[in-house]
Structure formats: C-alpha cells, structure tokens
Design a protein around this ligand. Structure first.
Ligand SMILES: Cc1cc2nc3c(=O)[nH]c(=O)nc-3n(C[C@H](O)[C@H](O)[C@H](O)COP(=O)(O)OP(=O)(O)OC[C@H]3O[C@@H](n4cnc5c(N)ncnc54)[C@H](O)[C@@H]3O)c2cc1C
Length: 555
C-alpha cells in the first residue's frame, strides 16, 4: 500500500503524517513497527522521558511480570526476536522487561519515529479534512488521518485523595511513577498504603531493608506464590523449538467456552470429589504463578460454590504462614477469589512474621489524615520517614479520558463516556472517526497476554486502514447501534461470572465517582476470532465515508 502522506512535511508549525500513535509502551512500539512496515508515515508521541510505558514507570522494588510462567510475556511477531532474546527468569523483573523493550526498539529501528517527553494534550477531528490534529506539550502540532491511542490500561497512577497528603514532609513515591534514581529504605520508617499487586510485590522487598514498615491495608488480598526461578536454558530451547505451536496455543480460542480469559483445565469441578478438588488446588499452589487460575476448574469464576472452596483453600494457606493469629485475621480476604486482579508474590504473607513489619487494618482503624511527620489513624499516630503509595491506577479508561479527544462536532470523550464507556470492539468509537484504541475498555486487555493482544489488535487496525485506503475511502467509524450491541455483549459476558459482584478496578470501583461497569471483554482469544469475522463481513457495524478529496490535501 502506498502512503498518501509520504513524509512529515513542515506546514507552518504543523507536521503531517498518515498515523499518529500516542504512547511508546509495548503496544505503541508494535503499532509503529507494523504500520510503518505498510509504507505509512507514522509518528509516536510519549510524555515519558523514555520508551517502555509500564516498564519505564513501575520501577518499584519487586516489580515483575505476574502472568503465566515465561517466556510468554513477549512479542510474537518476529521469530528472530524469540530466538535472540534470552529471558533469565520465569517471571521477568522490571529491569529485564524494560531492557527487552529497548532492545526491540533498537533492533527494529523504531526510535527515529518516536518523540519523547511530548504529551498529547489535545486531539481534534476535522470533519472537512477527515483528519486529526494533535497538540502537544512541547508546542508541536501534528495532523494525521488516523490516530492510534496506545495510552495504556494501567498508566494513570491513582493518587489517593487522603486529607493532608500534600503536607507529608518525608519522601513520598507512587509505585506507578517510581523515581529513576535508586531509592534507599535503609534505616527508614516506611509506610505503604495499598495492598494490591504493586503493594504485595514491593512490601517484602522494602521490609528487607527498612528499619520499619507499616502496611496500611484497606482490602486484604489473596495472593499465590509466583515461584519465580531462573529460566533453565533447556526450557528456553524447548520454547524456541516449539514456538509456532506455543504461539498458536496462546491465540487459540478454547473449545466450546464462551468465557475465556481463564478457560480452565477442561475438567468439571462438579464431577470430582472434594478430595480430588483439594488435591488439584494444592498441586496448583505448589506450582504457583498464574497457573493457579489458568489450570483451575472452569467453574472457578462462574460458580459461587467452587469459588468459595478455592477462596477458603487460600485463606487456609494464609493461616498456615502467618504466626500471629490477630494479624492473620486482618489478612483474611473476603471476596470471590480472582474477581480482582490475581496477585502473585514472593514471600508476602511471610513478611508479616518479621519484627519490623506492622499491619494496620484500615477497616477498623481508618486514616484520619496524613501529617507532616506520618499518618494519623483513628487510634494513633504512625511516625514515618517515607510514604509509598501502592494505590494502583485509574485503570482501563483513565488514560483515554485524560487524553479526552474531541470527535465530530467537537464532542469530547468525557461527554460521551459520562455514564459509561461506549465503543465497538473496544477499539473504535462512534463520533470519533479514524481513531483506534489498543487495549481500550471492551477488549480482553488486562485479562489477556497484553503484548500478544496488542499485536492482534494492531493487525486488525492495520487491515482496516488498508481496506479504507484500497477502496479510496476517507473515514471509518462504528455505528451507534454497533456500539450498543457491543456494550451489551461486554456486560452480558461479565454477568455470567462472579466478576461484577466484587468491587475492583475492573469495575472502576477504586476511583471515587467513576461509573461502575465491568470494562473487560471476557471472550479471551475468542474475541480476536470475533474481530476478524467482523472484518471478513465487510466491517460489519462500521460506516465508511467517501474521501473528501478537495479537502484532504494535507501532505
Ligand atoms: C507491575 C505490572 C506488572 C504487569 N504484568 C503483566 C503481565 O505479567 N502480563 C501482562 O500481559 N501484562 C502485565 N502488565 C500490564 C502492562 O501494562 C502491559 O503488559 C503492557 O506493558 C501495556 O503496554 P501499553 O503500551 O499498552 O501501555 P503502557 O505501557 O501503559 O504505555 C502507555 C504509554 O502511553 C503514554 N501516554 C499516555 N497518555 C499519553 C498522552 N496523552 N500523551 C503522550 N503519551 C501518553 C504513557 O506515558 C505510556 O508510556 C503489568 C502491569 C504492571 C503495572
């Protein structure tokens, strides 16, 4: 396919491209590689000082992938890359993943089309030219026929609105925006607020060094051992040898299951005795990693009864580890296991046996205020030198709403998504022609292997762009009806499961005032089959607009 916008041209203060990609994380980098490979002119903007997104920001101690055992957290588009990169651990740590992403950027010569430290602050669609104009924090303006938002599902750090938080006089860091310089905990009294995945990963590491750690816990969490270990060369060799089959398996829709992020082990829990089920839970717990969910019964997230049994099994593990019964009681989770993001740890519960760790249960002893010297809860003052906010993200919709693009008629995304997100296939939005999202709400996103998901979504977007160009068309957007159907499908899939019964960031519950809707498409690999079918049916649910030739002369 030939590019109509050839190369970035200077037109006053505006640069012109075929595609502007927002975000230089795992998704944006692949989008650049793939779209540029089609002959399109592409520019990537990222507000961060370096590429890597998640893996640039989340440098807190203990940060590592928390999916199934490696090396599945990786790009799959290049066989050479699979052969070249030697993963060293089964659950790669943040520095290794960041080094991998940087290697990919250099290997495929991506950096020349990326502008860093450049926030896109405004994006507006012009109906006459069928193009987007983006304004950036550096004063640079760009126009493009297409915008691809690779802005991250977990990229807007959630700073909690606790009274006095800005008055704290010590060091204060958010796990999702960790400083680039090394942070020393040595000899310090550290308070950690939050016990989601980042808190559970970082608390054991901080406790090894700090004088004292006070953990402020609002919600006790289930966590399963990550069982991270060095990746044996034999395992790596085996993966490389069987890569085609492994990749196919990663992307294959499970047979007969319409609920698919964790399709299960294919055995029915109800056809096995309680003893057999318990033996499976024990086996999976020993194995650790996300296998505890992925290898569990398919009923885990569908059946209250089975989920209660699994949840009780995990509570039993906490009781076995934590020596002080009062602390163990405070650590007992009481939601349906895996309806919040499944957490993997390396010695989390054991950390509460240390003399230098205190647990504060905020349900019994809530924070009243943060002071210049620490945290005051209902019962006492906790003097601190450092605060670590492990309070997660304004997940899934947060980065799109912060971008707040303006579509047809100047309507903003914030207006459109006031009561809930509306989109089609999780990637396109009615009223926002030629704009695509990767890992947007309504995709499998955070409940899938995200590098692979980004590749598959980008491939779909690229094919849609190719189709439009080949037909001599100017703009594409989904119909309002297609969006309504998609909204319903996402909700109906979720309602078959236990997910909506728990307050979680999948539901938007961690952000005050955020509309409460389940925002992940639970089709898993089946989702990707579905979007290919939509394209095969001539982009069912989309309308294409003729090219406004006279107006579309930019470049
Ligand atoms: C600790 C941790 C562990 C994880 N482990 C796993 C795992 O095991 N498996 C898995 O699949 N996923 C995991 N994830 C999810 C992870 O976010 C994804 O795997 C992946 O890195 C997302 O890449 P992305 O490019 O879509 O988004 P991000 O990496 O979030 O990148 C988005 C980029 O967009 C930029 N941006 C946003 N808005 C703008 C704007 N307006 N202007 C300019 N730039 C902008 C941001 O600066 C950021 O660099 C983990 C996440 C965390 C936090």
């Amino acid at each position: 396919m030939t590019s109509t916008t050839h190369h970035p041209l200077e037109d006053g203060a505006t640069e012109h491209y075929d595609v502007v990609v927002i975000g230089a994380g795992v998704s944006g980098l692949y989008a650049l590689h793939h779209l540029r490979g089609m002959g399109l002119s592409v520019r990537v903007y990222d507000g961060a000082p370096e590429i890597g997104g998640t893996w640039w920001y989340n440098r807190y101690p203990g940060a590592r992938v928390d999916g199934p055992s490696a090396p599945l957290y990786c790009y799959t588009f290049s066989d050479e890359l699979v052969q070249e990169w030697d993963w060293t651990e089964t659950q790669a740590a943040q520095p290794e993943v960041l080094a991998y992403v940087e290697y990919v950027a250099d290997r495929f010569d991506l950096r020349r089309d990326i502008r860093l430290e450049t926030w896109v602050q405004d994006a507006r669609y012009d109906e006459a030219t069928q193009r987007w104009t983006v304004e950036t924090s550096t004063g640079l303006r760009a126009s493009a026929q297409f915008v691809v938002c690779a802005v991250g599902a977990l990229s807007v750090a959630n700073k909690p609105d606790i009274p006095g938080i800005d008055d704290f006089g010590g060091e204060c860091f958010h796990t999702g925006d960790w400083p680039q310089e090394p942070v020393s905990f040595s000899g310090k009294r550290v308070g950690v607020i939050g016990t989601g995945s980042s808190g559970v990963q970082s608390i054991p590491e901080i406790a090894k060094e700090a004088a004292h750690v006070t953990v402020f816990q609002r919600t006790p969490q289930y966590s399963v051992p990550a069982r991270n270990r060095p990746l044996e060369p034999e395992r790596l060799a085996e993966v490389r040898k069987n890569w085609d089959a492994i990749r196919a398996e990663m992307a294959a829709p499970p047979q007969g299951a319409d609920f698919a992020p964790f399709p299960g082990n294919g055995r029915s829990a109800f056809e096995e005795t309680p003893e057999q089920r318990h033996a499976l839970y024990e086996e999976l717990w020993q194995e650790g990693s996300l296998s505890f969910v992925a290898g569990n019964y398919p009923e885990l997230l569908m059946s209250e009864e089975i989920n209660r049994e699994v949840s009780e099994f995990l509570r039993g593990k906490i009781r076995q580890v934590v020596r002080d019964p009062e602390t163990a009681d405070k650590l007992m989770p009481d939601y349906f296991y895996a309806t919040k993001r499944p957490i993997l740890d390396d010695g989390y519960y054991e950390t509460f046996n240390r003399d230098n760790v205190t647990l504060v249960d905020l349900r019994q002893d809530p924070i009243e205020t943060i002071t210049s010297t620490g945290v005051r809860t209902a019962t006492r003052e906790h003097a601190l030198d450092m605060l670590v906010l492990a309070t997660g993200f304004d997940a899934i919709t947060g980065s799109m709403l912060r971008l707040d693009p303006k579509g047809r008629g100047g309507v903003s995304l914030k207006e459109k998504w006031q009561s809930r997100f509306h989109n089609y296939l999780g990637m396109t939005i009615n009223g926002f022609p030629n704009l695509f999202m990767i890992h947007g709400p309504g995709t499998p996103g955070v409940l899938y292997l995200m590098p692979l998901g980004a590749e598959l979504e980008t491939d779909w977007i690229a094919n849609c762009v190719r189709y439009l160009r080949d037909q001599g068309l100017g703009a594409v957007e989904p119909t309002h009806d297609a969006e309504k159907t998609w909204d319903r499908e996402v909700t109906e899939l979720a309602n078959k499961t236990l997910f909506p019964r728990t307050d979680s960031w999948y539901m938007g519950s961690n952000i005050p005032g955020k509309p409460r809707h389940f925002s992940v498409h639970l089709g898993g690999p089946g989702y990707f089959q579905r979007i290919v079918e939509v394209a095969a049916k001539g982009y069912e649910g989309f309308v294409f607009e003729e090219e406004h030739r006279a107006a579309s002369t930019a470049g």
